[in-house]
Each structure stands twice: as C-alpha cells, then as structure tokens.
Design a protein. Structure first.
Length: 88
C-alpha cells in the first residue's frame, strides 16, 4: 500500500484493476497495485490476448502500442479526451 494525492485530497491504500468481458460481463483478470500506481501500468496484465476490442476510459489514452503487443487482433476503443471548443 502507498499514499497518493488527487487534488488536495490524500489517499492511502491499494487499487484493484479489473478486466471484464464486454458481452458477458464476466471478470477475466484482476490485478492489484499500490494506490500510487497509474492504471496504464497495469494494462498489459489485464489483457488475455484474445480480445477483439479493448475498451477503457481516458486514463488509457495513448496505449495503442501496449494493446497491440498484448492483444494483436484487438481494436483500441479507449476514450479520447475531448477538445475544449468553447466560444469566447
């Protein structure tokens, strides 16, 4: 376990990283890490290699090469950060 800060809030503990089949909802992999470890560092451990599509939030942005190595047939479907197009 380790401590980390998000904004002005401090957290102490561990994280669970979970790989889930998108069609059946069945959990196929679980990894744990210290709270200070970024989600992207655990991505390769969550993939079993037979994925067709890999879904993830913006925290996994830019990990196409990691996905390609761990699951060659998978399509990267991770969310992209939206551009801020506010009119001024």
């Amino acid at each position: 376990m380790h401590q980390t800060r998000k904004g002005n809030q401090w957290y102490f503990g561990a994280k669970a990283h979970i790989g889930v089949d998108s069609k059946s909802g069945v959990v196929h992999s679980v990894c744990t890490s210290a709270a200070s470890v970024s989600d992207v560092h655990m991505l390769a451990d969550l993939l079993h290699g037979d994925e067709k599509k890999v879904w993830g939030d913006g925290g996994y942005q830019g990990q196409t090469e990691v996905i390609r190595k761990a699951a060659p047939a998978a399509q990267d479907m991770t969310n992209r950060r939206a551009k801020n197009n506010k009119a001024r």
